[in-house]
Design a protein. Structure first.
Length: 559
């Protein structure tokens, strides 16, 4: 850790930590008692530098970050330690004093945009509110200033997006709106909790480039919480590795990647797909072509009405003449930028929204306009793992109730057999049986995603649509889940439509990859062919943006 140095006449020396955490311990009160989440953590963040905190889901990364701004869950408490930011100990400030620091001097990019954005306010209004609160804009100038901030955060067509509500944006666009809110007041420190987990690789690069420019040009420091070791390797000067609430290793990123001292750190590095140039798992051999594929999509089109914005377009063609087939035992990956139409295509296939044109066949049956019992039968045979597990899990249910809900809905088994099935599924997604009694709010983002995967598998479906299913998972659990999906496919012949912005993951799981851009499929092919001989310029752009490529070898990592 960097040591404190004397102040100079013109201010603090660059080696003086902007944020200094010492002996931090945090716990949560649960129905089963007090659970320690962070235990004796020491951590420094220097001005103008990025410090990345990495570790498994539940290791205490996010709790440490949220403790800095005292935005812990209602049942969380700081038990010991100091959090020094400038002249303040944030751990002991009053709420009124904290309000002068949060937002203005410390910006927070939360992990979950659905929960963090106000669903009844337009995006532009939410950014403008930050500017007005901190005296950076008047009521008259705030709307235009908000659009400029949204544009700075990488949101395309910022003027149009400013007039939209959160539910009208893709997951990646919502995350960029959160980033705009965090940087609006030009804070000294940005705490970024998985800021790019929902973003495609090209937009991820834009956002991270922007954060890097902030550190270089204005001395803004970034505390980056991430499960993506490729991102940490590319962007952070210092790396802090956490496990079970403790720091197990910390130091310059170059040194840790070149010569990790802790066994846990070595395990994380070996599990990171973006730092691995070869496939760590090989999908089962491609199934022989069948006369009738499980899924056939023909010339699919979906258009949405846009809010009025001057002379701009009135409709958005989100899916434009998309066609593909998917066989049993086969994994088709849809990749592309946020807003490219991947998730909308999946929703059309599952009949969660109506098509504007085209045809959808499921096991030879036309389900394009299916209603009633036909849609219910499709629901049983085709399940969805959502991108955002928090929004898809009922907060009032126990995890046991969440997983057994599909079994109850389709009257499968009795209570005892359903619980047995739930325990088995939890074990397969690497969660302990005791999780059955907990609530979604008591779990980390990665743990909630594993619960969502277990629920989708409960009915042993023919098709599982995986919409960013591992984007919230740390690399070691990500590897377990991908192995689980491959194992289930080999055992049962289940088909996957795998939607992801992480091409390193797609390379490991898919039999075929379809690249989408602006609603259209621009290139398809087996992953090895597409990764080594991409034909389309856009595919080459996506491949060039995969994180971790700055680290051709550990020794070459920049510090």
């Amino acid at each position: 850790m960097a040591a404190m140095t004397d102040e100079h006449e013109n201010g603090e020396d660059v080696t003086t930590p902007l944020l200094e955490i010492r002996g931090l311990s945090v716990s949560y009160r649960t129905r089963g008692g007090t659970v320690p989440a962070v235990r004796g953590v020491d951590l420094d963040v220097l001005p103008g530098q990025v410090t990345a905190v990495v570790g498994e889901s539940g290791s205490g990364k996010s709790t440490t970050a949220h403790a800095v701004t005292r935005l812990l869950a209602a049942n969380g408490q700081i038990d010991a330690g100091t959090i020094r930011f400038g002249r303040h100990d944030l751990a002991s400030l009053s709420e009124a004093e904290l309000r002068t620091v949060r937002g203005a001097r410390i910006g927070l990019v939360p992990q979950d945009p659905t929960v963090s954005l106000n669903p009844v306010k337009r995006i532009g209004e939410q950014v403008a509110e930050v500017l007005r609160i901190h005296g950076l804009a008047t009521r008259r100038s705030a709307p235009a200033e908000a659009i400029a901030v949204l544009d700075r955060a990488g949101l395309p067509d910022a003027a149009v997006r400013a007039r939209q509500y959160p539910h009208e944006l893709s997951g990646g666009m919502r995350q960029r709106a959160l980033i705009a809110i965090a940087i609006a007041a030009k804070p000294e420190l940005i705490i970024a909790d998985e800021p790019t987990s929902a973003l495609d690789v090209t937009v991820q690069r834009v956002i991270l480039d922007h954060l890097q420019r902030l550190t270089e040009e204005s001395g803004t420091a970034v505390l980056l919480v991430t499960h993506d070791l490729g991102v940490a390797a590319d962007r952070a000067q210092r790396l802090v590795v956490m496990s079970q609430g403790k720091v197990v290793e910390a130091g310059p990123t170059r040194d840790i990647l070149a010569d990790p001292q802790d066994e846990y750190t070595r395990h994380l590095l070996a599990s990171a797909p973006s730092l691995t140039t070869t496939r760590s798992r090989t999908p089962a051999a491609q199934p022989a072509p069948e006369t009738a594929p499980l899924v056939e999509v023909r010339n699919l089109v979906k258009e949405f009405r846009l809010p009025r914005a001057g002379d701009g377009p009135r409709t958005l063609r989100a899916v434009d003449d998309v066609s593909f087939t998917l066989h049993r035992g086969h994994t088709l990956a849809l990749v592309g930028e946020s807003g490219s139409g991947k998730s909308t295509t999946a929703r059309l296939l599952l009949r969660l929204t109506d098509t504007s044109a085209g045809q959808i066949l499921f096991d030879g049956t036309d389900v394009t306009a299916a209603r009633g019992a036909r849609v219910r039968e499709l629901r049983r045979r085709a399940q969805l793992v959502y991108q955002n597990p928090y929004a898809s899990l009922d907060p009032r249910f126990s995890i046991g109730e969440v997983i057994t809900e599909p079994l109850r809905a389709f009257k499968v088994g009795d209570r005892a057999s359903r619980l047995t099935r739930a325990r088995d599924l939890l074990d397969r997604v690497a969660l302990p049986a005791a999780t059955l009694e907990r609530r979604p709010a008591e779990l980390s983002g990665g743990q909630r995603q594993r619960v969502a995967i277990a629920r989708a598998l409960a009915l042993s479906p023919d098709l599982v649509v995986c919409d960013e299913p591992v984007s919230a998972l740390d690399v070691s659990v990500q590897a377990q889940v991908l192995d689980l999906l491959a194992e289930l496919q080999a055992d049962t012949g289940v088909a996957y439509l795998f939607i992801s912005h992480d091409l390193a993951v797609v390379r490991q799981i898919a039999h075929e990859v379809a690249v989408m851009r602006a609603g259209r499929i621009v290139e398809t092919g087996p992953p090895e062919e597409l990764f080594t001989r991409p034909r389309h310029a856009y595919t080459r752009e996506l491949l060039a943006a995969i994180p971790g490529q700055r680290v051709s070898s550990p020794a070459s990592t920049t510090s």
